[in-house]
Each structure stands twice: as C-alpha cells, then as structure tokens.
Design a protein around this ligand. Structure first.
Ligand code: NAD
Length: 282
C-alpha cells in the first residue's frame, strides 16, 4: 500500500515558511516583494490560474497586481508593457500567463522578460542556467515535484527515474532536475517504442502527459514512487491525473493524488521564486 504524498499539506508548510521569510524581508527593506502578472484575453482557465496566483501572493504577504489586456492586443504593445515592468524597480517578478492569443510570438515575449525577474524560468537564459545547474530560479512545476520528493524523504540518487512527457515547461526541466539529484533519467514521449518496458524499470515515475488513466498498475514496478503531474477532466467533470490512482495505489510505495498532489506545489514555487528574485535584486 502506498504512502500518499500530500501536496496540500507540504505546500501549506512551505507557504508558512515563505510567509515568515517575506515578513523578514519586509522588516529589513520596508517593502514587500512584488509580482506582476500579465494576462492577455479571457481564457477562462487562465483567469482561474491568475486569480489563484494573486490569492496565494496575498496569503504570504507578497504584493501583486494583475495587468489584464484585451485579446486583440498586439505583440508590440505587450513587449512595451514588459519593457516597462523590466525597468520598474518596484516589480521583482514578472509572469506572463500562457497561452497567448495567436499572432503573438510566445517565445519572443517570454524571452523579453528580464531574466532576473523571470519567475516562471521559461526564458532562454534561465532554461540554459537550469540545464547547467547554475540557476537562481527553477520552473515551478518540476521544482514542486523535487520539493515533494525531498520533504517525503525520497532521494533520486542512483535511482532509475522515468519521465513521461518532454514539454519545455514540465518534462524537459523535470529530467534535468532529477539528473542534478543524481538520478538515472529516461525521458519517454509520444513516439517512444514500448513505453511500458521503460516505465516498469522506474523507481521514480513522473507522468506529465495530459491523458486520464494512462499509467496503469501493469506499467509500474512494485514499490515505485509515482508522481502524477497530469491534470485532466473526466467526462463527468471530475479532476483527475494521468495515473490510474486506485489501480497503482497497492503496488506503489508512494503516490501523489490529483487533486492535492503536484498542483498546489506549482504556485508555492512561484511564491518562492518571487521572494528569491526580490532578495537577489536588493
Ligand atoms: P504538453 O501537451 O506540452 O506535453 C505532453 C507531453 O506528453 C508531450 O511531450 C508528449 O510527447 C507526451 N505524450 C502525449 N501522449 C503520449 C503518449 N501516448 N505516450 C507517451 N507520451 C505522450 O503538456 P504539458 O504542458 O507538459 O502538461 C502535461 C500535463 O501536466 C497536462 O495534463 C497539464 O495540465 C499538466 N500540468 C500540470 C501542472 C501542475 O501544476 N500540476 C503544471 C503544468 C502542467
């Protein structure tokens, strides 16, 4: 029977620590760290994410504002807003909520953010720093996974780690972070031949695909640690991960639920990055 890795509880513990550190920052510098979130258009899921980020900042004492731009905003307007935020000493972290409307070059916009304020760590400079291990910020979701492992007493060192998914925001940086922790990492994706042959070797399996119930008990090793990054909606509207949780529960040694696993950690890591950005800038 698996130990449940409780992302909600671990996240609450880290947020309490961040709140205390923010208090110290405010006492020393007479102001709070500050995050500016930019959202373009009215994608309902993005609106929810942005509201949650704002609420989380409030909760730990980080100042924040949300700059809402209409969906017909052009690239030049967005780039000039980012330029203004880059030059504003009162803004420590800048986050542009993705996806952006078609017609705007996401890479160009993300790379326009000053790397020292790029708290999502998606810009090329931060991506390069992450790969070389010389980083200030880690991307929030993979960093959240590493923190969950660490605070659950699970080390990746010497373990076979398998990541399913190779996206720039989850799979690739996840593989890099597991490597930094001395895991032996295999990255699987939609073109992997015989995926179960890889997943069955995994001591630590991270799934970041976006397909409900994709990872079944016959695909995992007895005693494996299962980290489910996936967020999917069932036809009944229920939130679920990539992993058949019930099926894998008996066989795994530890498992993250969805909801309440990796999800709460992502915003927590954003708070941590914003505080770190403020400390570095001062
Ligand atoms: P993405 O669509 O960019 O990438 C999905 C990856 O899965 C691709 O690399 C693809 O090769 C791989 N894949 C797809 N089908 C596959 C298959 N049949 N076999 C093997 N690999 C396959 O998605 P993403 O942005 O990396 O997100 C992945 C999932 O994680 C989504 O469900 C997303 O909602 C979720 N997510 C959760 C959080 C969180 O905070 N918990 C954060 C980011 C993303």
């Amino acid at each position: 029977m698996a130990k449940i890795i409780d992302g909600k509880a671990i996240s609450a513990q880290i947020r309490a620590e961040i709140k205390e550190q923010v208090g110290t920052f405010c006492a020393e510098h007479g102001r709070a760290p500050f995050l500016s979130v930019v959202i373009v258009g009215d994608d309902p899921a993005s609106q929810v994410y942005v509201r949650n980020k704002e609420r989380a900042c409030n909760e730990v004492g980080i100042g924040s504002d949300v700059l809402r731009l209409p969906s017909d905003t052009d690239e030049e307007t967005l780039l000039s807003l980012i330029d203004r935020l880059n030059r504003d000493p009162g803004v420590n972290g800048i986050l542009v909520q993705l996806p952006l409307p078609s017609g705007i070059d996401e890479k160009k916009v993300i790379c326009a953010i000053d790397p020292s304020k790029d708290v999502d760590a998606f810009g090329y400079e931060n991506v390069g720093r992450i790969l070389t291990g010389d980083y200030d910020f880690l991307p929030c979701t993979p960093a959240g996974v590493m923190e969950l492992l660490k605070r659950s007493g699970i080390s990746a060192a010497g373990k076979d780690c398998v990541v399913i998914g190779r996206s720039n925001i989850v799979g690739k940086p996840m593989a890099a972070l597991l490597m930094h922790e001395n895991g032996t990492v295999t990255v699987c994706h939609s073109k992997t031949a015989d995926l179960p042959a890889h997943t069955r070797r995994a001591d630590i399996l991270v799934s970041a695909i976006g397909k409900a119930g994709f990872v079944t008990a016959d695909m995992i090793k007895e005693g494996a640690v299962i980290i489910d990054v996936g967020i999917n909606r069932t036809p009944e509207g229920k939130l679920t991960g990539d992993v058949d949780y019930e099926g894998c529960f008996e066989k795994a040694s530890a498992i993250t639920p969805v909801p309440g696993g990796v999800g709460p950690m992502t915003i927590t890591m954003l708070l941590k990055n914003t505080l770190k950005a403020a400390e570095k800038q001062i």
